[in-house]
Design a protein around this ligand. Structure first.
Ligand code: GRF
Length: 209
């Protein structure tokens, strides 16, 4: 059974969706860089081990990442799931977990990497928006996309309304993508990412129109 660690910094609604999904993998631990993160309560309620590793207590990004890395090794983790983890990871850490670490990003990647995605979608006047689950690579928000959920932007949408609707979609596709990794439907191989043993060039898309 695949052992999963979830890295969080905030509310942890995606963590909750993963817990509620009854994955065929096991969430063995949750790490937060913030002691006040509500996600830690969610983990405790679900009987999952937690660790607080405060980035402020370490002299460098690398030193902080090394402590996280060791914790993940202690837990024998196979898959690292970033769920609202608000720290940029060092190249060394990303390299160590290459092909074993996924993230969810609130935009239709490759569009709108980085922050403030909902505002940028509204500024541009885009018709479509959504979220993407992707493997994590050294380049920010640029690893292979696994799943995407797409919604239509409404004329009266605001940053908050978009954020809420994208969040709902995140809770659908993140557990699905993680389950596909757990049960071998998605495989990360030296030849590339496979979906049902075939090369996966495009993410599996879900549309909510
Ligand atoms: C989500 O919007 C996700 O896309 C981004 O961080 C947020 C986490 O929300 N990476 P939550 O803590 O899971 O509620």
């Amino acid at each position: 059974m695949i052992k999963i660690a979830v890295l969080v910094s905030g509310s942890g609604s995606n963590l909750q969706a993963l817990i509620d999904a009854n994955l065929s993998g096991q969430i063995v631990g949750v790490i937060s860089n913030k002691p006040e993160a509500y996600a830690l309560q969610r983990a405790k309620t679900a009987g999952i081990e937690t660790a607080v590793i405060e980035h402020k207590q370490y002299p460098s990004r690398e030193a902080f990442d090394d402590v996280m890395h060791q914790k993940l090794l202690d837990w024998n983790v196979d898959l690292v799931v970033l769920a609202g983890f608000m720290r940029i990871l060092s190249a060394r850490f990303v390299e160590a977990w290459q092909g074993k670490m996924v993230n969810i990003h609130p935009s239709l990647l490759p569009y709108y990497k980085g922050m403030h995605t909902h505002q940028r979608v509204l500024n541009t006047g885009d018709v479509l928006h959504g979220c993407t689950v992707h493997y994590v690579t050294a380049e920010l928000d640029a690893g292979q996309a696994l799943t995407q959920a797409v919604l239509k932007v409404k004329a009266d949408d605001t940053v908050d309304s978009l954020a809420n609707r994208v969040h709902e979609l995140e809770h659908l596709i993140y557990p699905q993508a993680v389950e596909w990794i757990c049960n071998g439907t998605i495989q990360h191989t030296p030849q590339g990412v496979l979906f049902r043993k075939k090369t996966m060039n495009e993410p599996i898309q879900f549309c909510k129109f």
